[in-house]
Design a protein around this ligand. Structure first.
Ligand code: M6R
Length: 585
């Protein structure tokens, strides 16, 4: 959602904060702000736009002071305006606060504070934190932090800078991590905020408060009781977030997928065995995820049933509170999440845990909240994914799901990983032919994607990519459902993508293509076999192991969505209204 960062150390804070915000911008990118403490005063500069733009306009990185906080916003309460950008101050300008999450009781707090004379400068829920801190600040920073946290309801992480140069942070259901450097401390939503400066991290837990005062760190709970957490060493590779030669992160990440397939295969034997043993011993299995990760869940369910003869249910995470009633202490929940921080997924995990279930997870960020609460966790190992649209993380999830399935079915899949990696590289290289299709589809207002079996989740995933990157109405449909309604939509100017490799689904899907073509729609086939019914054919290679087709199919759809975004002058890395990590409900 939003990214927050605090720094107190021996160096100028503002350039460090701006740099950190650039690295965490994927979390939110509609406004930016920094507050620094210098010579007894708190200075604030903030505005709408991306970090680079706002910094250029306001010279944020030149602000004085060795102590400061920063924020990139993804608006929830209050429009995208300079006033609503963080940091927020209270009435006396002796405090500035940056916040990630939602304060659910902000309305009543605001009324209460206003009736006792506080005036508000923004429409945000976050500003109440600054005013609450201000009320108690005369009793010291520790007291102010504790009393404020006790009044807040909702999910939050916030960092505040006080007029005495102290930095305070608090965590409740949103991530907050301390970076321990030789010459200072960071308090950040993500290790990427400080990894360039230190690989030593302390992961705060729910209900923790931290204070960095005179280069000393103190951690305690909402009652003021001291807490000790170990310092963890974080992998430096996480910091590898350079765009390299590519115009966009999304393009870089699409191009990296050959390696993704290889890296997802590198698993610790013991961890993999434990994961598979828990799955194999479960009375019932639920698989959950949001967005793209939910599409992986659908494929996982299919793979378990077809190759492992194991029955599993899928639950889209935002619906889990209505769907997990039959779960008990013999159940297993498999949570799939690139970030490991998606609020809906973490809520599902909490619910399952309360019913006694064991938790397994598939994540890309191994330091995430999800990874840390799981009984068994496997990593997709695909490195940081910065583009808001999930691309290589989806491929990584699928490659890992194939691994797990193969283990459970005692090597029943054809797993020539090196060979498959070359196949993936060839698909990625096929961008010119997809560009030709993108040119034809530039003005399309409705795109339908049809597939059966394992290809239906790919139809859903392709539609999601087209919506979020190219802002076009796109819908994934189980091809057999065409006759039950969607056929009424087929006419001239409608584009339909048939996901149709040469497997048991091929002939039925070709029949659907004829029905669609007969109604005047333009038919695009993604297939290893050419057919006259296709107006355009996106060729994919023939695969020995047909279970792997979803990876071969989704890459052309990612490329198509990326190219359509460019054709429409949309920024593929930062689609409007979206954020990479959705940490609110
Ligand atoms: O980090 P997660 O995998 O939990 O994220 C879940 C969704 O928010 C995410 O997949 C979203 O749908 C992507 N932007 C899709 O490209």
């Amino acid at each position: 959602m939003c990214s927050i960062i605090g720094y107190k150390g021996k160096n100028a804070a503002a350039p460090i904060l701006v740099d950190s915000l650039k690295r965490m911008e994927y979390r939110g990118y509609d406004s930016v702000g920094v507050a620094t403490f210098d010579s007894g005063s708190i200075l604030v500069r903030k505005g709408t736009g991306k970090v680079i733009e706002v910094n250029k306009n306001l010279n944020i990185d030149q602000m004085a002071g060795k102590i400061g906080i920063g924020h990139t916003r993804w608006a929830t309460h209050g429009g995208v305006t300079d006033k609503n950008a963080h940091p927020h101050s209270a009435c006396k300008n002796d405090i500035a606060v940056v916040h990630n999450g939602i304060i659910e009781n902000y309305r009543e707090l605001k009324e209460e504070l206003a009736s006792s004379g506080h005036t508000f400068a923004s429409e945000t829920d976050s500003e109440v934190i600054a005013h609450l801190l201000e009320i108690h600040y005369n009793r010291g920073v520790k007291k102010a932090m504790i009393e404020t946290c006790k009044r807040l309801q909702g999910n939050y992480a916030f960092v505040a800078v006080f007029q005495d140069g102290t930095i305070g942070g608090a965590r409740y259901e949103e991530p907050l991590i301390i970076g321990v450097a030789n010459d200072g401390y960071f308090v950040s939503s993500d290790v990427l905020g400080f990894l360039e400066y230190t690989d030593k991290a302390i992961f705060l837990e729910n209900g923790d408060i931290c204070i960095v005062d005179n280069s000393k760190l103190e951690i305690f709970d909402f009652e003021g009781k001291p807490i000790a957490h170990p310092i963890t060493q974080v992998a430096w590779e996480l910091g590898d977030i350079d765009k390299g030669k590519y115009a966009h992160y999304t393009l870089k990440e699409i191009n990296e997928q050959r390696l993704t397939v290889v890296h997802a295969g590198r698993q610790d034997e013991a961890v993999m065995n434990k994961f598979c043993d828990i799955l194999a011993g479960a009375k019932d299995i639920y698989i959950t995820g949001s967005g793209t990760s939910y599409h992986s869940a659908l494929i996982f369910k299919h793979m378990l049933a077809r190759f492992g003869k194991i029955r599993a249910e899928t639950v889209v995470s935002s619906e889990s509170q209505y769907a997990l009633a039959s779960m008990d202490d013999k159940s297993v929940l498999v949570a799939i999440s690139q970030s490991g921080e998606t609020a809906d997924v973490l809520d599902t995990v909490r619910l399952a845990r309360n019913q006694g279930a064991e938790i397994l997870s598939i994540v890309n960020v191994t330091t995430s909240s999800l990874a840390r609460v799981s009984d068994g966790c496997l990593s997709t190992n695909c490195g940081p994914e910065i583009g808001v649209a999930a691309t290589k993380s989806f491929t990584g999830q699928l490659a890992l799901i194939y691994n797990i399935t193969d283990r459970l079915c005692k090597n029943c899949l054809e797993t020539e990983r090196a060979e498959f990696a070359v196949v993936v590289e060839n698909i990625v290289a096929n961008q010119a032919s997809i560009m030709k299709v993108a040119v034809q589809m530039k003005d399309a207002s409705d795109i339908y994607l049809l597939g059966r079996s394992l290809h239906y989740p790919i139809a859903l995933e392709g539609a999601l990519k087209l919506k979020e990157l190219a802002y076009v109405h796109a819908e994934g449909i189980a091809a057999g459902e065409l006759k039950h309604g969607p056929l009424a939509l087929m006419e001239k100017n409608t584009f339909v993508i048939m996901i149709n490799p040469r497997d048991a689904t091929f002939n039925d899907t070709i029949s659907n293509a004829h029905e669609i073509k007969a109604r005047g729609a333009t038919v695009i086939g993604i297939s290893d076999r050419k057919d006259d019914v296709y107006d355009y054919w996106i060729e994919i290679p023939h695969l020995k192991e047909e279970a792997y087709y979803p990876i071969a199919e989704v890459i052309p759809l990612q490329i198509l969505a990326y190219q359509l975004a460019l054709a429409k002058n949309a920024d593929p890395d930062y689609p409007r209204n979206l954020a990479k990590s959705v940490t609110v409900r």
